[in-house]
Design a protein around this ligand. Structure first.
Ligand code: SF4
Length: 228
């Protein structure tokens, strides 16, 4: 397999999904009360753990500023203070402001809802501070579009399972999942959440292969166990 190849078949990907679902069950993602909160969370979760995002969102909720209009009434420094628990708070405050301004300029959520998935993705990616993973989080969990989210956990797991090459790009992984699987929003939502859960429970940077549910199909895991 080339280093840039996504070589997984539908059978392999659905088999992996079934194994993860059996091990961890439904994850009930994305934990948010509104689409706007999903959008905010997708920015705040950049480079930090979700537990920190929860604290920042709780601050925004307590201050009653969880809408684009209200959030833009705050000064950047006041906003940064509220989202401080999520880390990189000055940068993220500016990114949230960019997102809110773009959202309002575009006519709000209902105008975005009317866009095709590819047009909506282009719009999100045009916002300073919104990269592919953030845009795809918003598309999948905020706008219920069948777009597969790729994160570092997904890349690491598939590489260890020998299902993708080491240098496969974000786009090749995303389009690979989307081409191989049925365009099912609930499947994509659950799949991404299960991969994150598996990364936390077993396939961490230092993997716990001995008790991993995927050990029978994982070449990297078998190599790890042979060195123990
Ligand atoms: S066997 Fe080890 S490397 Fe493979 S998926 Fe499980 S934890 Fe990750």
């Amino acid at each position: 397999m080339s280093e840039q190849t996504f070589s997984s078949t539908q059978e392999q990907l659905l088999g992996l999904f079934d194994s993860l679902m059996l091990a961890y069950g439904h994850q009930h993602w994305w934990p948010a009360d509104s689409r706007f909160e999903v959008m905010v969370g997708a920015v705040l979760t950049q480079n930090t753990a979700w537990v920190n995002v929860e604290k920042a969102i709780a601050n925004l909720r307590a201050a009653d500023v969880l809408s684009a209009e209200k959030l833009l009434t705050m000064s950047p420094s006041a906003l940064a203070g509220l989202i401080r628990p999520s880390g990189y708070y000055n940068i993220k405050a500016q990114r949230l402001r960019n997102l809110c301004l773009a959202l309002l300029e575009a006519g709000g959520e209902s105008s975005l809802e009317a866009l095709s998935t590819s047009a909506l993705r282009r719009f999100l990616l045009s916002i300073n501070g919104v990269g592919p993973e953030t845009a795809d989080d918003i598309l999948l969990y905020g706008f219920a579009r069948p777009v597969f989210v790729i994160d570092a956990y997904t890349r690491r797991l598939l590489q260890r399972l020998g299902m993708v090459g080491e240098k496969a790009s974000y786009e090749s992984l995303r389009s690979g999942f989307e081409a191989a699987l049925p365009a099912d929003v609930e499947l994509f939502r659950e799949y991404h959440a299960l991969i994150v859960q598996h990364a936390k429970q077993a396939c961490a940077r230092q993997p716990g292969c001995l008790s991993c549910v995927l050990i029978d199909t994982c070449p990297s895991g078998r190599d790890q166990l042979m060195t123990v």
